[in-house]
Design a protein around this ligand. Structure first.
Ligand code: DI6
Ligand code: FE
Length: 410
């Protein structure tokens, strides 16, 4: 308690006798430092490197002996739809009986059933239902999580979702970024008129949400069962006018050239990407748009087309890995297991999986200056692991070797 109070007051904490995977881009691979230490002053890292280079410690510094454990940056889940109400286990059973995701959606299930449930729930209730999902991520060393709206689909309920997302960040020691995904699906009252709904998103929902500061980014779902590239372009034009960065659910079920569209708008990331072609990968490389792969959704809907990981590598597109935690296609609240899936299902290397849930996930949120690596100047968001080698974080399934989690120095 004493020590905690000191640090909260801006004191110095030193984690020594550790092995570091710094993920610093200036170092090769995971940026490993074998006999390392991390020093935080208040909520910021002031040193991360070899113990031999450790700066002299003030007499009142708190020293934590890590006993040879590994320290990585706190993990980042850069794509979730964590705020929802109820569940869709019934649809899961339908799909087990043979229905496809698209058939379930067309039968009035799918996203729209979550829209009904979310609209019926109050903000407190949404927070209450979402906290256990957030807690599961936190228990695995997650220190930053992105949360999308997209089950409200009108101003009142999109705003409610985003307020609930923001509140999650006050209820727990975690950084929450909020993304407005009003262009996720057509609400039932739109009676099939996608153009009119997109006009409402651009003319009413996004401006009001931006004015209240409820969103850090704007996302959309570019797909036959959702919105066309032209409709998404209108949403992105509006986002840019409002000064908000964009992201896109792109090429998940078919190739509508969503990756290239996202790149054209300088998107922070394009996500899913199973059907992305080489032109899409090349366009993303040019604008530095991160490719976020979501193996949980691929697994859960039993997709067979894999994202073109080799094209991303060849063109130098950075890859992030995220849960896509949502009630319909990825009811997944385990980022470690997600890394295993990215390796096993998509062929990512251990280094790519770890970079994809730290440095590249931070980049996909526009937060690389703040978090995602162990480097002086960044927030002291750390995960300390009882492992012998980093590959264990990717290799094991359903085992959590987290020893301690530090968020902003605490
Ligand atoms: N792609 C997905 O996989 C999720 N949203 C999206 O745009 C599905 C969300 C849901 O089915 O509730
Ligand atoms: Fe998603």
């Amino acid at each position: 308690m004493m020590a905690e109070e000191k640090a909260r007051a801006g004191g110095r904490r030193i984690w020594r006798n550790a092995r570091l995977a710094t993920l610093a881009e200036t170092l090769p691979g995971l940026g490993v430092v074998e006999r390392g230490a991390v020093v935080a002053e208040g909520e910021r890292i002031v040193f991360a490197g070899a113990e031999d280079d450790l700066p002299a410690a003030p007499a009142d510094a708190e020293i934590i002996d890590c006993e040879g454990r590994w320290i990585t940056p706190g993990l980042i889940d850069c794509h979730t739809h964590l705020v929802w109400s109820g569940d869709r286990a019934n649809e899961f059973e339908m799909r087990l009986a043979g229905a496809t995701y698209e058939e379930v959606a067309k039968a009035g299930g799918g996203i729209v059933s979550s829209v009904k449930a979310l609209r019926a729930a109050g903000e407190d209730e949404l927070v209450r239902q979402s906290l256990p999902r957030l807690d599961a991520l936190i228990a695995e060393g997650v220190t930053t999580v992105e949360v999308k709206s997209g089950y409200g689909l009108d101003l009142e309920n999109e705003a409610k979702s985003l307020r609930a997302a923001r509140r999650l960040g006050f209820e727990r020691p975690v950084n929450v970024t909020a993304t407005c995904l009003a262009a996720h699906a057509l609400p039932p009252e739109a009676a099939g008129d996608k153009e009119a709904y997109i006009s409402k998103v651009c003319g009413e929902i996004l401006p009001a949400i931006a004015a209240e500061g409820l969103a850090d980014a704007v996302d959309g779902f570019c797909e036959g069962i959702a919105f066309s590239p032209e409709q998404i372009a209108r949403v992105f034009d509006t986002a840019h006018k409002l000064g908000l960065p964009v992201k896109l659910h792109a090429d998940q079920l078919s190739n509508l050239h969503g990756a290239a569209l996202a790149a054209r708008y300088g998107a922070l990331s394009a996500d899913h990407l199973e059907y992305t072609d080489e032109a899409g990968a090349a366009a993303m490389a040019q604008t530095g748009t991160v490719a976020t792969v979501l193996p949980g959704a691929f697994y859960f809907i039993r997709e067979t087309k894999k994202p073109p990981v080799d094209l991303f590598r060849r063109h130098g597109v950075k890859m992030a890995v995220a849960t896509d935690c949502n009630p319909g296609t990825s009811p997944l609240t385990a980022l470690l297991l997600t890394m295993n899936m990215a390796a096993t299902l998509f062929g990512l290397t251990v280094d790519e999986c770890l970079a994809g849930t730290t440095r590249e996930a931070a980049r996909a949120l526009g937060l690389l200056e703040e978090t995602g690596t162990l480097e002086a100047g960044k927030r002291a968001d750390l995960a300390i692991w009882g492992i012998e080698r980093p590959a264990e974080l990717v290799y094991r399934m359903g085992f959590n070797p987290l020893h301690a989690r530090i968020w902003r120095g605490q």
